[in-house]
Design a binder for this molecule. Structure first.
Ligand SMILES: [Zn+2]
Length: 255
C-alpha cells in the first residue's frame, strides 16, 4: 500500500534537528509521495530546495494570508521565479484567514487574487487556505476568478455547505488529522465529497491525529486520516489509499 500526503511542511523549523531522517523514514513507511508546501517567500524557497533533494517530494510556492504583513505586491515576482522549478506543482498556500487577521481583509483578497492570476499564467493549480472566511473565499471564486486548473481546499473545514460549494466549483477537498479528533463530527462533510475529489494530508508538523495528538506530526500519520475516511465511506483502507494517491497525482499534474 502507498500513500500520497498531499500537504506537509518539511520546511518548518520543527524539523530542523532531524529533517533528513524523518523524510527517509516516511518513504520507508509507505508514504511514497508528498508535497512540501510554502507559505511565504522564505519557506517557498526552502520547499523547492528540499523537494529538489528527493525524487518523491514536490513543492508548492506562495504567500499565505498570514504572511502578507508589510509585504509589497512586487514580492509575487519572487514566487513567479520560484515556480519555474520543475518540482513546483502548485501555487499555495494562498487564501483568506480572518481568524488570525481581520484588520487587512482587502489586502488579503488582493494577494489571493493576484496569486490566482499567477497560477493561471503558469498553468498551475492552487492550494487554498481558508479560515473563518468561507463567504468571501466562495464569493471570489464564483464571481472574480476561478483558476482554470482549479486546486485544493486544504485542511478543509468540516463545513458541509462550504464543501458542497467547493465541489461545485470543481475543487479537490483535502482532509487532515482534525477529522480524527474526538470533538470532530466529520461524517456529513466527508460524505459531501465524491471519491474522485478527495485527498488526504497531514499538514505536518501540525494537526497530529488521534491517538498521537501531543506529538509532532509527520507524513506517516496520513494513514490515520485515510483510515477514518475509509470507515465513513464504507471502503477498505487500500481503496482510499489508492483513490487519494491517484487524485493527488491528477491535481498536481504528476505523471
Ligand atoms: Zn499548511
Amino acid at each position: 500500500m502507498q500513500f500520497f500526503d498531499s500537504h506537509a511542511h518539511y520546511n518548518d523549523e520543527k524539523f530542523e534537528e532531524d529533517r533528513e531522517a524523518v523524510i527517509k523514514q516516511i518513504y520507508k513507511e509507505d508514504v511514497t509521495k508528498t508535497t512540501c508546501v510554502g507559505y511565504n517567500i522564505k519557506s517557498s524557497e526552502f520547499a523547492v530546495e528540499i523537494a529538489s533533494q528527493y525524487d518523491f517530494m514536490y513543492a508548492t510556492v506562495g504567500i499565505s494570508p498570514n504572511d502578507i504583513t508589510d509585504l509589497q505586491m512586487g514580492e509575487i515576482d519572487k514566487i513567479r521565479n520560484l515556480a519555474q522549478n520543475d518540482k513546483v506543482v502548485a501555487i499555495g498556500e494562498i487564501g483568506l484567514d480572518y481568524y488570525w487577521n481581520k484588520e487587512n481583509k482587502n489586502t488579503q483578497q488582493d494577494f489571493f487574487i493576484k496569486q490566482m492570476e499567477l497560477a493561471d499564467e503558469l498553468n498551475l493549480p492552487i492550494v487554498i487556505h481558508c479560515r473563518d472566511a468561507v463567504m468571501d473565499t466562495l464569493e471570489i471564486l464564483k464571481h472574480k476568478i476561478n483558476p482554470k486548473k482549479r486546486g485544493i481546499f486544504h485542511c478543509c473545514m468540516l463545513n458541509p455547505e462550504l464543501i458542497k460549494e467547493a465541489v461545485k466549483l470543481e475543487f479537490y477537498i483535502s482532509f487532515s488529522g482534525n477529522i480524527t479528533f474526538k470533538s470532530a463530527k466529520p461524517k456529513e462533510a466527508i460524505n459531501e465529497v465524491p471519491l474522485n475529489k478527495i485527498l488526504i494530508e497531514t499538514d505536518s508538523p501540525y494537526l497530529t491525529p488521534e491517538p498521537f495528538r501531543k506529538a509532532r506530526n509527520d507524513s506517516r500519520n496520513v494513514k490515520l486520516v485515510a483510515q477514518k475516511i475509509a470507515e465513513i465511506k464504507g471502503l477498505k483502507l487500500e481503496e482510499i489509499a489508492e483513490i487519494t494517491y491517484e487524485n493527488a497525482k491528477n491535481i498536481y499534474g504528476i505523471a
